[in-house]
Write a protein that binds this ligand. Structure first.
Ligand SMILES: Nc1ncnc2c1ncn2[C@@H]1O[C@H](COP(=O)(O)OP(=O)(O)OP(=O)(O)O)[C@@H](O)[C@H]1O
Ligand SMILES: [Mg+2]
Length: 142
C-alpha cells in the first residue's frame, strides 16, 4: 500500500486523518515521521476523532506526558511522542508493551528512533513540510 497526498491547511490534514482511519483498523502500530511542526499531531486529531476516541480539540501533543490515551467503546488510541526519549531504559519505563492489544491503535511520533518500532510497525506515515501550509503526506504499509 502506498498513498500520497498534499494538504494545504491543518484542517485539510485533520480531514485526511479522518479518512485514513478507515485503513487503520486495530490492532495497528503506526510510526509517524517528519520534522518538528510537519503535522504529525495534527493528523492524529483526525484519526482519533474518526475512531470516536477524542474530539480534535482534545488531542494535544504528548510532549511532557509522552503517552496520551483516547478510548472509545471499540478502539483505544494511544498517541505517543518519543522525541524526548533517548535510551532503551527510558523507553521501557513507558510500558508500551502493555498497550499493544487487539483493540489498540498506537500512533508513535519519532518512533523511528528505535529499531524495534521500525521492525514492528504496520504502517509508516511520513509528513514533509513543502511550504508554509503545504504538507506532503506519504503512507506505506507492509
Ligand atoms: N497542511 C498542514 N497540515 C498540518 N499542519 C499544518 C498545515 N499547515 C500548517 N500547519 C501547522 O503546522 C503545525 C503542525 O504542528 P504539529 O504539532 O501537528 O506538528 P508535529 O509534526 O506533531 O510536531 P512535533 O514533532 O513538534 O510534535 C501546526 O501549527 C499547524 O497549524
Ligand atoms: Mg507532535
Amino acid at each position: 500500500m502506498m498513498r500520497e497526498v498534499t494538504t494545504h491547511s491543518a484542517e485539510e490534514t485533520i480531514a485526511f486523518g479522518r479518512t485514513l482511519a478507515e485503513t487503520l483498523a486495530p490492532p495497528k502500530l503506526v510510526v509517524l515521521r517528519g520534522e518538528l511542526g510537519s503535522g504529525k499531531t495534527t493528523l492524529v486529531k483526525g484519526i482519533a476523532e474518526a475512531f470516536h476516541a477524542a474530539s480534535e480539540e482534545d488531542v494535544t501533543s504528548p510532549t511532557f506526558t509522552l503517552v496520551h490515551e483516547y478510548r472509545s467503546p471499540r478502539v483505544n488510541v494511544y498517541h505517543i511522542d518519543l522525541y524526548r526519549v533517548d535510551t532503551q531504559r527510558e523507553l521501557e519505563t513507558l510500558g508500551l508493551d502493555d498497550l499493544i492489544a487487539e483493540n489498540s491503535v498506537l500512533l508513535i511520533e519519532w518512533g523511528e528512533k528505535f529499531p524495534r518500532f521500525e521492525r514492528e510497525r504496520d504502517v509508516e506515515i511520513v509528513l514533509e513540510r513543502v511550504g508554509e501550509s503545504e504538507r506532503r503526506i506519504r503512507i506505506t504499509g507492509r
